[in-house]
Write a protein that binds this ligand. Structure first.
Ligand code: GLN
Length: 276
């Protein structure tokens, strides 16, 4: 079996299974299994693969055709230019979330303490710590499995952070200069309309924001003042229709509230600083 023929059969199977990015995904899996670069492939598509590689590739193509996300098959997703390990216990980091990290980085300074609530893979906390030295970071999640992944990512990136298993602030005991969060914010009813990759394979607890999608914002906005230092900042990722509701919640305890749009021009981040 050659690289070229194997790729062709992978593409055909994914197309048949109606995988949106069938061509790209078939290629990424081939690259993952054989280690072959695009350049090497284009020069020598007739290169033979081993039987083991062929078998492994076919298994992965089959899994992908069941709509298991590519990132869970290869175990990685890039975020803020860094590579994060992921599996089915954590949400796959989204490009939109980079807006939250970028906004926080404009504000964060040496020596500040940062808390990332619902840390999942740890992508928000760890990229902030990696890109801005001199911070002290804590990641909180309800899921022990997720915290295991976040710790693994911390080690891979060669940085130090603290992780805490807690239902939101229940076990948080300190105050922070900055709280970041991308909480679950999809309305329960809407979950069943999402693409199969998300709906069947990403952790429901990382997505489900209860009936109106705003459940975690209510709890976070209400409780966060007790966990912030004076003038501390709260940064929240939001769904594109949630800015008004979340800003409204924040008005009581926060000032200088801003809404930031993502690259598609949709509201994506809300932040503000604690009133004195
Ligand atoms: N903080 C993680 C992320 O943004 C996980 C978010 C979540 O599980 N809701 O990818």
């Amino acid at each position: 079996m050659t690289l070229g023929l194997l790729l062709k059969s992978g593409k055909e199977k994914l197309k048949k299974a109606q995988i949106a990015e069938w061509e790209l995904d078939a290629w990424f899996l081939l690259e993952y299994v054989t280690g072959c670069t695009r350049h090497a492939y284009l020069l020598h598509p007739e290169q033979e693969v081993t039987e083991l590689q062929e078998q492994r590739y076919e298994e992965l193509i089959q899994k992908r055709s069941f709509h298991i996300p590519l990132q869970y098959l290869t175990g990685s997703q890039e975020f803020m230019g860094l590579s994060f390990f992921v599996n089915e216990h954590v949400l796959i980091p989204r490009q939109d979330t980079e807006i939250l990290v970028e906004e926080a980085l404009r504000y964060l300074q040496d020596g500040m303490k940062v808390l990332d609530m619902c840390t999942g893979s740890g992508c928000i906390l760890l990229s902030v710590l990696k890109l801005q030295g001199g911070l002290c970071g804590t990641g909180v999640d309800l899921s022990e499995e997720a915290l295991g992944i976040a710790r693994k990512n911390m080690e891979n990136l060669g940085i130090t952070a603290e992780f805490l298993q807690s239902d939101l602030f229940d076990r948080v005991r300190e105050r922070y200069d900055c709280i970041l969060s991308n909480p679950p914010y999809i309305c329960t009813e809407e979950l069943d309309t999402l693409m199969e990759e998300v709906r069947f394979y990403e952790p429901r607890m990382a997505l489900d924001g209860h009936a109106d999608g705003l459940y975690y914002y209510r709890r976070l906005v209400e409780q966060s003042p007790d966990y912030l230092t004076p003038k501390g900042m709260l940064f929240l990722e939001i769904g594109y229709q949630q800015a008004e509701a979340v800003c409204g919640m924040m008005e009581k305890d926060y000032k200088d509230i801003h809404v930031v749009k993502d690259l598609a021009g949709l509201d994506r981040v809300v932040y503000g600083s604690l009133r004195e």
